[in-house]
Design a protein around this ligand. Structure first.
Ligand code: 6PG
Length: 241
């Protein structure tokens, strides 16, 4: 099934448009529910989004009713520049009026196996479930040049079908350990968004959309939630279309 794209000139334009749209979505959800759960992605693409949310939307949302989680986290200290929590906190969460209880970070500094158990319990305590799978309101994902998403890489496709909420993943080049949400959790989310920028993603994005080549080898091609996914991309990532 073709993907749903919104194409923008560059990453700043992607971030600006998505910030506006996700704030509108959160506020519309808050009209009918007390709390909204958001799973954040890591990497470089969302950093601009975090800055825009912090500087332009700090008072546009009752952030005290929004709970933040992570789709994946590197197994590093929260102060490490590699930390997805660390970057989101530095750029966004520490700026807005957000109670600590709303931040459900992955303890990257902990033993990964123990942390998987703890983070799963935190998620299960916080969210409704559908057939035993926790349901996020909003899932923000990125995609790597190899088609990975969250920290589900092509060499660990079993994480796309795991019956656990989160698992230990390893980066295929660096071997860095990570904690990642699993495929069923990504697919159970009500609103799933991909922010994909940069020329390095263009070939894989095209193959996934057109279901060509080895597209099923890319974890991103297996993210197929009930309500579909929306892709916010820049021209560079959309270059093959
Ligand atoms: C991470 C991410 C990962 C990221 C992609 C894209 O922890 O690295 O969650 O899935 O979204 O690798 O990263 P860029 O935005 O840096 O291209």
């Amino acid at each position: 099934m073709p993907l749903k794209f919104q194409v923008f000139p560059d990453n700043p334009a992607v971030a600006k448009a998505f910030a506006n749209d996700v704030v509108q979505l959160i506020n519309s959800l808050l009209e009918n529910q007390e709390i909204v759960s958001v799973s954040l992605s890591g990497g470089s693409t969302p950093k601009l989004l975090f800055e825009i949310l912090a500087t332009q939307y700090a008072i546009s949302v009752d952030w005290a009713r929004v709970h933040f989680f992570w789709g994946d986290e590197r197994c590093v200290e929260p102060t490490d520049p590699e930390s997805n929590f660390g970057e989101a906190n530095r750029l966004f969460l520490s700026v807005i009026n957000l109670p600590n209880a709303n931040v459900h970070r992955v303890f990257g500094e902990a033993d990964p196996a123990e942390e998987c158990v703890r983070y799963e319990a935190d998620i299960r305590e916080s969210l409704e479930e559908d057939n035993g799978v926790p349901v996020f309101d909003i899932m923000i994902l990125g995609m790597g040049a190899d088609g990975h998403t969250a920290s589900i890489f092509p060499h660990q496709m079993e994480l796309m079908t795991s019956d656990r909420v989160c698992e230990i993943a390893t980066h295929p080049e660096s071997g860095q350990k990570r904690i990642s949400l699993t495929g069923p959790v990504l697919n159970a989310a009500k609103h799933v968004f991909f922010l994909v920028t940069g020329a390095s993603k263009a070939d894989v994005l095209f193959e996934i959309d057109r279901q060509q080549g080895d597209y099923r080898s890319y974890p991103t091609s297996h993210v197929a939630p009930r309500n579909g996914c929306q892709f916010y991309v820049d021209q560079a990532a959309y270059a093959k279309f």
